[in-house]
Design a protein around this ligand. Structure first.
Ligand code: CP
Length: 298
């Protein structure tokens, strides 16, 4: 990964396994006070230019658990409002002594460029529809709680894959573990360069060991792919009716936020086979492992 975390494609299996085991350590030792000394006096900024609840809060919690000094960047109160570029803004924070910037933005192909020009460490917290590496890492951590061996598992990605940075980061990460990919959802929202098998939602749910439902990203769609939310729910949603075809060992994931009643019915979200809130909890331990790695490499 080098010192930055920009995507999952460039991570080696050894690096991923180290992140998993460090996250496990933080998970099991959450009350160990010595952990609050690990990143003592290191400065981290959460630099979010796009809305977030889970990612922003879990990074802040992770940073504070490690003892970092945390500064949440407020773009509306910054000189970005006066036209200062992203590069000049981050160069300024770097000059002031910020060690790590956790960045979310709607543009793509920006973080790689910035990482070459800046010496502060950059962690991608969601870059347009390109990548969301820490989400995929916390998804893998959650999967590994239920499956010792990833090779040969059937993983169904269902929904708006085309606009999903979570799908791309998961695809690039899970490919390294030899899983079988199943894709489902509206044909126009599939990605041509992903290797796997396209199936109806019923067949995908039936065959999957892991069902990963994806949010319809209304905010990223240039065209109207969906006639109505009710129609989408009926044809592509994980409905109560579809619980009948779910295998008893299969786990259900969703990166959230969820469009309730669109890609998922209410009763699925808190169903015993749904691990959505475990994913959210696991985000803290994974992000602690990432922040620690970033600080150590700095
Ligand atoms: N899953 C995820 O990235 O959620 P937020 O947009 O709330 O951070």
């Amino acid at each position: 990964m080098g010192k930055n975390l920009l995507n999952t494609k460039d991570l080696t299996v050894q690096e991923i396994d180290e992140i998993m085991s460090r996250a496990q350590y933080f998970h099991e030792n959450k009350d160990n006070l010595s952990i609050t000394q690990i990143c003592k006096n290191k400065f981290v900024t959460n630099f979010f230019l796009e809305p977030s609840t889970r990612t922003r809060f879990s990074f802040e919690i992770a940073e504070k658990r490690l003892g970092c000094k945390v500064i949440n960047f407020q773009s509306n109160d910054s000189s970005i409002k006066k036209g200062e570029s992203l590069y000049d803004t981050l160069k300024t924070l770097e000059a002031q002594g910020i060690d790590v910037a956790v960045i979310r933005l709607c543009e793509e192909n920006v973080l790689g460029y910035l990482s070459q020009k800046l010496s502060l460490t950059i962690i991608n917290a969601g870059e347009g529809k390109q990548e969301h590496p820490t989400q995929a890492l916390l998804d893998l951590y959650t999967m590994k709680k239920y499956y010792n061996e990833m090779k040969g598992l059937n993983i169904a990605l269902i929904g708006d894959i085309a606009h999903s940075r979570v799908a791309r980061s998961n695809y690039n990460l899970l490919k390294k573990y030899g899983v079988n990919f199943i894709f489902s959802g509206p044909r126009e929202l599939m990605v041509e360069d992903f290797e796997g098998t396209y199936m109806s939602v019923d067949e995908a749910i039936k065959q999957a060991d892991i069902v990963m439902m994806l949010r319809i990203q209304f905010e990223r769609q240039k065209y109207k792919y969906i006639s109505s939310k009710e129609e989408y729910n009926k044809v592509y949603g994980f409905t109560e009716e579809r619980l009948k075809i779910l295998q008893p060992h299969t786990i259900i994931l969703h990166p959230a936020p969820v469009n309730r009643g669109v890609e998922m019915d209410d009763c699925i979200i808190e169903h015993k086979q749904s691990k959505i809130f475990e994913q959210i909890n696991n985000g803290v331990w994974i992000r602690m492992a990432i922040i620690e790695k970033a600080i150590r490499g700095h």
